[in-house]
Each structure stands twice: as C-alpha cells, then as structure tokens.
Ligand binder design. Structure first.
Ligand SMILES: Cc1cc2nc3c(=O)[nH]c(=O)nc-3n(C[C@H](O)[C@H](O)[C@H](O)COP(=O)(O)OP(=O)(O)OC[C@H]3O[C@@H](n4cnc5c(N)ncnc54)[C@H](O)[C@@H]3O)c2cc1C
Length: 451
C-alpha cells in the first residue's frame, strides 16, 4: 500500500485500511454506498502527483484510498464535435496521444503528464503550460460523470458546448479536490492540431521587459502565442547543474529568460518572419538581451526539458518552500521586487528559484535555503516565509493557490484570507453534498470550518 499513502514530494504519509481499485462506475458507486452505510472515509486518488497533500489519507487509518488508475478506458472520440470521452484514470499523456492520433490537440500539458490522470487534473483544476491560449482544466471540459458520496451516479457526459439549464454541476466538482464526490469520466474539448511551433528562449534584463515582450508578441500574433514561461537566471543555473546533459541555450547568463512558444496555423506561418524581426528589433533596443530559436524538434524538446526539469532540480537542492501564486500580469514585476527585498532582509542567505507561467499571471515563487544549510533547519522557517509571501500576494490582490489547489498544504492559509461570505458558501456546499463528511476529510476545508 505504501506508494498510495505518501504524496509525490514525500511530505505527507497517511494510513488506510485498504486501497481499492474499481474498474467501472458501477463499482465506484457500490464502494461509496458501502462507505456511506458504514461511515468509512474515502480519499479519491489518481496519479498521486498532486502537490498540496490532497491525494493521501490522514493518519487515522480508518478510511480507504479509492484509486482510479484501473478506470483508464477511452469511451468515445467524436472528431466532428471535437470531443473525447475518457474515464477518470486515463493518464494525461495517453489522452494527448489519442487526440494526436485523431489529428487533434488536447492542450492540457504539465510536467507530471506521464503519471497524472485526467480525474486528478479536473479535481484540482490543473493549469500547466498551455493556459495562456487554451485555459485551465475547467475550460477544457465539456461534462463529467460523478459518483456522489451516497453512491448515486450523475451522468453529465452529453458533450454540449452550451447548456444553460440551472446551476453548473460540472463546475462545482471541478477543483473540489475529491471533497464532494468521485469523478469517474469526463468529456474533453479537442482543438485543431497546429501545423508547427515557433519556440525560442529569450534572455531578458528584468520582469518588466518580459511583460512588455509578452504584450508585443500578443499584439503581433494574438492567440498564436500559446506559452510564455518565465524562468529566473538562478533557477536555470540549478537545472543546468542537476541535468548536465542539457546545454545552456544562450551564450551568456541573463537575470531572466522566457521560453516562448507560438503555435503555427496556416495563417500564422507568414508571421514567423514578423516574429523573428520583432525579436531582433528588441535585441537592438536592449529590451531583449539575446534569443535562441529552436530550429528542430529536438531543439524544441531540449528547451522544454529545461523548463520541465525545474521542480526536480530544485528538489535535489534540499527542502524548498514552494508558493504557487497568481497575480495580475501587470503586478508581477512589482511583487517580485518587493517580496525579494523583504525576504533578503528577513532571511539572510536564502535563494530564490522563481519561475512560472507569466502569460497567465502564475508564478512559482519558490524559496530555497542558504547554500549548505541543513534542510530540516530551513524547514523551521516555513511559516515565517509563507506569511511574508502570502501577505504580499494578498496585498497585491492575488491568490495564494493558482493551480495546485489547497489540499492540506494551503487549507488553513486560504481560510485565513477568504472572506466570511466565501467560507460560508463553501461550507454550505460541503454540508449539502457530503453531509457525513466522508469525502476526503480534512482536505480543502477543515472539519471545524464547515460542520
Ligand atoms: C513535476 C510536477 C509538475 C507539476 N506541474 C503542474 C503544473 O504545471 N500545473 C498544475 O496545475 N499542476 C502541476 N502539478 C501538480 C499535479 O500534477 C496536478 O495537480 C495533477 O492535476 C494531479 O493529478 P493526479 O492524477 O496525480 O491527482 P492526485 O494527486 O492523485 O490527486 C489530486 C487531488 O485530486 C483528487 N482526485 C484525484 N482523482 C480524483 C477523481 N477521479 N475524483 C475526485 N477527486 C480526485 C484527490 O483526492 C486529490 O485531492 C505538477 C506535479 C508534479 C509532480
């Protein structure tokens, strides 16, 4: 049972009386009816790659883990409707492959895509690297099949793009982190496959210049700009140190780099020259320091490997205090300046590993301990660091969890910043749908916050 009881980062280990592996919606329904009758808590689990501790049970050992990994069938593909119906345990990479085989694109993409499941992606409303153009998991879902805590099956798999017949139940379950029911299947939105990609790594003097580059690119190419990933120079150094097989993409070091990707449709092919000209003109004026354009699929893959290797490389440096925050794009430069200065003053020697999906205002504002400091010593500073960073995020009108959800990691912190009205509405929903509190207890909302 061990792999199902500890999360991906090894931060939380729980206990359970069993791990169960249903193979059909009927089996999930039977399990939840049984759990409801016997008051057994249930922790739904997909690929167990979540970063907020939501996918593992608590330490009581009284509940079960309900793993969806054996519900991994593609139920139907409808190319004319640009939709794909899959079971919740389908691995994200498999879904991308099925869409690709059909000449389509399923654009949800994140570094854990080889292990995370679509059920987990929807339960956490995952983001990833394509949000700028295609939106978050919520925007990519046309409908759900859900088993409620009492074992009823709600079939919302009609695959409609418009349905204004009352409260949107789909939206209620998306992002609910297993606390309202079990997602057993979903209809996903597909898109026409781009003809190619323009991918480049750009060296930049500061975040303000990155924001202005993004704005110029969007002005010139509109929705063709599909990814704009910001990486601090310090962060890139750490990846290169731990992944020596990857080469530095630019000749010199830069305070910041951006990994920029444009998806090329037929109309956009003509824009490649314009794009190259724009970047070169910005190099001339000093707004951009250097540019490396990927000229083959292998080079594109290597640029993305630098971005996707960040989490693991940072983990190799010891304990990391992670912040998954979201801000208005226009506030990011100011926030990073203020937070960096405040942290440097209060936590001498700390290192910052800042990267993120700048295009949609999502930063991973990660804080690493001083070089050589014991990870456990650094861990004791976690509460102080979180308070400083989160207070500043909220002062800037941002959110303390952009895409990783609350789980147990951010549950109490979110309650601290949410208004009384928000907390009351969330508690009312929990009470109405899971009155016995058996679905993933203690995650997202503390027991005493809703009972
Ligand atoms: C290297 C790495 C990179 C990552 N990058 C990103 C990123 O860029 N963007 C991003 O958003 N996330 C990212 N993540 C976080 C993680 O991959 C996502 O949260 C993912 O969506 C979780 O999917 P999962 O199947 O592993 O879910 P799990 O970890 O198993 O579960 C996550 C939560 O969803 C609930 N859940 C799972 N399946 C179901 C279901 N069928 N029904 C109801 N509830 C369910 C669980 O109870 C839990 O609360 C990353 C993780 C790693 C390890």
């Amino acid at each position: 049972m061990a792999p199902y009881l500890t999360d991906w980062r090894g931060m939380w280990t729980g206990r359970a009386c069993a791990v169960v592996f249903p193979t059909s919606t009927e089996e999930v329904s039977a399990i939840l009816r049984w759990a409801n009758a016997h008051h057994v808590p249930v922790t739904p689990q997909g690929g167990n790659t979540g970063l907020s501790g939501g996918s593992v049970p608590d330490e009581s050992g009284t509940g079960i883990v309900l793993s969806l990994v054996k519900m991994d069938q593609v139920r139907s593909l409808n190319v004319e409707n640009l939709s794909l119906t899959v079971e919740a345990g389908c691995v994200l990479e498999t879904i991308q492959g099925v869409a690709d085989q059909a000449g389509c694109l399923f654009p949800l993409s994140l570094a854990a895509e080889g292990s995370c499941t679509i059920g987990g992606n929807l339960a956490t409303n995952a983001g990833g690297v394509g949000v700028l153009r295609y939106g978050v998991a919520r925007d990519l879902c046309l409908g759900l099949e859900v088993v409620t805590p009492s074992g009823e099956v709600w079939d919302g798999l009609r695959g409609l793009r418009k349905d204004n017949t009352g409260y949107d139940l789909r939206d209620l379950f998306i992002g609910s982190e297993g606390t309202l029911g079990v997602i057993t299947a979903a209809v996903l939105k597909l898109f026409p496959k781009p003809h190619g990609h323009f991918t480049a790594m750009v060296g930049l003097p500061g975040i303000a210049e990155a924001v202005s580059l993004l704005s110029r690119l969007q002005g010139a190419l509109g929705p063709c700009v599909t990814a704009f990933e910001l990486i601090s120079g310090q962060c890139l150094d750490i990846v290169l140190r731990h992944r020596p097989q990857l080469r530095p993409p630019l000749a010199a070091a830069h305070p910041w780099v951006a990994l920029v990707e444009c998806s090329l449709t037929v109309a956009a092919d003509a824009a490649v020259d314009q794009l190259q000209e724009l970047l070169m003109a910005m190099v001339e004026t000093g707004e951009v320091e250097d540019v490396a354009v990927a000229s083959s699929i292998a080079q594109r893959r290597d640029l993305w490997a630098l971005r996707e290797g960040i989490s693991e490389a940072q983990g190799s440096e010891g304990f990391v205090i992670k912040h998954d925050i979201s801000l208005r794009v226009s506030d990011i430069a100011d926030f990073v300046d203020q937070a960096s200065a405040a942290l440097a003053a209060s936590q001498p020697g700390i290192r910052l590993g800042v990267f993120g999906h700048l295009g949609d205002g999502n930063l991973h504002f990660n804080v690493l301990g001083p070089e050589g400091e014991d990870g456990e010593v650094f861990r004791t500073r976690q509460d102080q660091v979180n308070r400083l960073v989160h207070d500043l995020v909220v002062e800037h009108g941002g959110s303390i969890s952009a895409e990783h959800g609350l789980g147990v990691l951010r549950r109490d912190e979110a309650a601290r910043y949410k208004s009384a009205v928000e907390m009351r509405l969330m508690s009312a929903l929990k009470k109405a749908i899971d009155p016995c509190g058996l679905m993933n207890p203690g995650k997202l909302l503390a027991e005493d916050a809703w009972r």
